[in-house]
Design a protein around this ligand. Sequence first.
Ligand code: CTP
Length: 417
Amino acid sequence: MNLADRFPKELEGLLRRIGEIGERAGFTVYAVGGFVRDLILGVPNFDLDVVVEGDGRLFARRLAEEMGGEVVSYDRFGTATVRLEGERIERLDVVTARKERYPHPGALPEVEPGTMRDDLFRRDFTINAMAVKLNPSGYGELLDPFDGLGDLKRGLIRVMHDKSFIDDPTRIFRAARFEQRYDFRIEPHTESLIRQAVEINAPLTVSRQRIWHEIYLILSEPIPEKPILRLQELDVLRFFRSDLSREGLGLFPRIRELHGEIKGLVEDEIDLPIAYLAALIGGYTPRAVREFCREFGLSKEIEDKLIDSVMLARFEGSLDRPSAIYRSFERKSIESLIFFVALKGDEVKGAVIEYLTRLRHVKPLVKGDDLKRLGLKPGPIFGPLLKRLFDMQLDGQLRDKSELSDLLPKLLDELKP
Ligand code: CTP
């Protein structure tokens, strides 16, 4: 089977050049994995992984030289990442075809150079174990020794061998993710291997960080509640947390809708998976959130967003004035605000949108210098006074600096300790 005519137009030139450079350097070069799977399914995928029979690092250097790019990293598996200039794909992973051996369950594998067939055999599922040749002789030819194409047509997620989930238990999470993404089925024998691996707690052999990475990928799926429910049904979710909120999962569709609406109104980057995660752990105390983040190695940035979320989940204040809205949402992350609207319902939506689109951009009319100019000495009163003036401005009670001199005596009196 030849897939050359299905290559995305945007990549056509690049793929040809990679094959030509490989040919001149004496290497056979393939595109592999998800790129090939999605090519056959007709799903756009610009995440190109290249496998080279021979020395992948040498080929990566050649590629970088000839294409005016740069090799940016190497790892201990013989993978090199090349940064390309001005191409549709900016980063390309180049892998040396290899055999893998897992020294013990859940460990990172030991590798040695291998054939292309070895390299496909070491992979997770048959549908991800296909390659397409890029050399000019045979450009676009499908290499499919394990009938990945058949499984794609049948809609089956099937492992390459019976030890797969013991070697690498993260594949259990991946199986649920691909199954639900494509509306496939995990093939019955593969499913029984998952159940056996779960029975002996195989996922405990991988680090918490790697488990979190898999959960993050799941939360990045178009409809993450599907793989999550599947993991629950396979009794796998307990290797992440056993105390996730079922109601939280019910908020996912609303979170998705709100994300769609709000991203059109603001410039912020929105980390949607974190809004979903907030729903799953929305009932935690801030302290439990911190412990959770430490356990799974989440960044400080994510931790702060989750703390915002659990605080907002307990919010009971009023949002009846612009200043109240501003003070309630001040510096809260956008993800936590999306979660908050999903949780509390549409009566708070207007307030959140008002905050995001207008209130948070308002600049204070009055600054410390203005107070000094009116004869006030800088001191502890400045902070509360400026805050009060800004609230008045937000609520439309202060429209111009000229009103300040009339207002000050009353405010100073009010704010007196
Ligand atoms: N792979 C594997 N076992 C893993 C992770 C990855 O065998 N635990 C292999 C698969 O062949 C996979 C390829 O490495 O296709 C690339 O991995 P990744 O980029 O994580 O997955 P994709 O298949 O590209 O999936 P996605 O569409 O989610 O990016």
